[in-house]
Design a protein around this ligand. Structure first.
Ligand code: ACM
Length: 519
């Protein structure tokens, strides 16, 4: 036996002991599950194996099958942000046993199991003449962080339901557990809301789209309507697909700024008499929601439909980059501030966010927002995504709030990842793979007894300069894969050289899966 990881797993596992045995998967291999609850996990595994092997492996209840999935504890609360994702895998000549206390743990075990097989397993056509062998081993594994996410802006550019499902497949392979969908923006509203159909009828389509960088002058536009949105049925399908893979979709409705598309559809939500249309270029825009009771009610109605569709605990209410000029200049808003007894525009934003937070919490859910929600006072119980560096995260932790570390400098995957001259146009920045891998997610300043407030981290993909899915994948991979290992393994086990060696093998896996990435 050896304790070295000869096997090319990403993320690396906590412990692996290599044994002399070899398990061979054949057409006669049977899959068993320990209880009915996890039949869906058995099917997931069977579906993964059928494409390249061609074997229609039988699936049944029982603990002694050749491949055995075992849930070790009963009645597990799902969708809990503290879900235990640990698992073990034991491979001997006769049996592969995957055990975990939760379905989430089994899902992670299944992804490790796929990676233990010859890489031809990832092909989508039947592979002849392959010995489907697995090196005997004992694996014990669990993640360092409980929030391992990727954020995706589907507004600046839209990605179809099929593309989102394919994206989820790749995230699942690397054991991510959150996909944060940024669903609303100045440039497009992408989620069907039954009570307010104009949000998508009007808000989901813009007249044209900026060509080149937002700072280029003169501005040039592609003079062609652009848009799209997810129906509620699409969302149900995406949520269910992600859930089978134990990924929680975190929906974001960004307010009170980034709302030009919504105000275009329902002008009564805005602060001016201007007739608006969804924005056609990039940058921060001055249009902001008003704070009338009717607007608060409108947004609560929207959130009600959002909470119906997305079962996860956290609902993201944005809060970033809300310019306050229109609030400063509006007589009505200034009167309203007096009425509400708030002394500054920052406090007014806080008041607005608290209305949303209270509503969301009254339905048993929790709120998360960008670090600007700290500015006029943080709503009770709200979690924070610290994007303008680590400062907001440290401040929120100091107040006893949960935090997801999302600092621009380290985990914004819309930044350049190579020399500017050799890369397609990106927004700015330079965030190569090594920087993502070596980023230490827990800020140095935090004392150990506060570390638990750091739920984890996630990569951000803003899509102003990402026009299609092929380029999206190029920007995300392999940086997201580096982040997946950073989030999963203990700090002292990080080794970027080992990661790159293993990633070089994973390139063949991504090729077989038809996933684009930066070489
Ligand atoms: C952000 O990047 N505006 C959160």
């Amino acid at each position: 036996m050896s304790t070295t990881n000869k096997i090319n797993l990403i993320p690396a596992v906590s412990e692996i002991r290599i044994k002399d045995s070899i398990f061979t998967l054949t057409a006669n291999t049977a899959i068993g599950v320990s209880c009915e609850e996890i039949l869906n996990k058995g099917s997931l595994l069977r579906d993964y194996l059928i494409q390249s092997t061609g074997y229609e492996l039988p699936l049944s209840l029982g603990r002694d099958s050749h491949i055995s999935l075992v849930l070790t504890e009963e009645s597990i609360e799902q969708q809990n942000e503290m879900t235990d994702e640990s698992y073990t895998i034991t491979v001997s000549d006769a049996q592969c046993r995957l055990e975990a206390p939760t379905e989430a743990g089994l899902a992670r075990a299944i992804q490790s199991f796929r990676q233990l097989l010859p890489r031809e397993i990832f092909s989508d056509v039947i592979q002849k003449n392959i010995q489907w062998t697995i090196q005997g081993c004992e694996i014990t594994d669990s993640p360092r962080f409980r929030w391992r996410g990727i954020h995706l802006d589907v507004c600046r550019h839209f990605f179809t339901k099929e593309e989102v499902l394919k994206f989820i497949d790749t995230l699942a392979l690397y054991k991510f557990n959150r996909l944060h969908l940024h669903l609303t923006e100045d440039q497009g509203w992408r989620l069907e809301i039954k009570k307010y159909p104009r949000l998508t009828e009007v808000g989901a389509f813009r007249d044209s789209t900026l060509i080149g960088h937002a700072l280029d002058r003169p501005k040039r536009y592609e003079d062609k309507p652009y848009g799209g949105f997810y129906t509620q049925d699409d969302i149900r399908e995406i949520v269910a697909y992600a859930s089978e893979r134990e990924i929680i979709i975190v929906p974001e409705i960004d307010m009170p700024g980034h709302m030009q598309a919504a105000i275009s559809a329902y002008p009564e939500l805005g602060c001016t008499d201007q007739t608006l249309k969804p924005l056609c270029h990039w940058g921060i825009c001055e249009h902001i929601l008003n704070v009338e009771d009717s607007t608060v009610e409108f947004m609560k109605d929207v959130l009600d439909e959002v909470m119906e569709l997305f079962p996860g605990k956290y609902i993201h209410i944005g809060g970033d980059e809300a310019l306050k000029y229109q609030w400063e200049e509006s007589r009505r808003i200034q009167d309203r501030m007096l009425e509400l007894g708030v002394k500054s525009e920052e406090e007014l934003q806080s008041w607005f966010i608290r209305q949303m937070a209270g509503h969301i919490q009254s339905k048993g859910r929790e709120v998360i927002g960008w670090d600007e929600i700290l500015e006029g006072g943080l709503a009770d119980g709200a979690a924070v995504m610290s994007w303008r560096g680590e400062k907001g995260g440290i401040e929120a932790v100091g107040k006893g709030h949960n935090v997801v570390m999302t600092p621009e400098e380290f985990v914004y995957f819309d930044h350049y990842q190579g020399e500017k001259e050799t890369e397609a146009l990106a927004i700015h920045g330079f965030t190569p793979l090594e920087k993502v891998y070596n980023y230490e997610i827990i800020p140095d300043q935090l004392p150990p007894d506060q570390h638990h407030f750091i739920m984890g981290s996630q990569g951000q993909i803003w899509t102003e300069y990402i026009p299609d899915f092929h380029h999206l994948q190029y920007m995300v991979f392999p940086r997201a894969i580096a982040l997946s290992e950073n989030l999963w393994i203990q700090k002292e086990n990080k080794d970027v050289t080992s990661f790159i060696e293993r990633f070089n093998i994973h390139c063949e896996i991504l090729d077989k899966l038809g996933v684009n990435y930066k070489k």
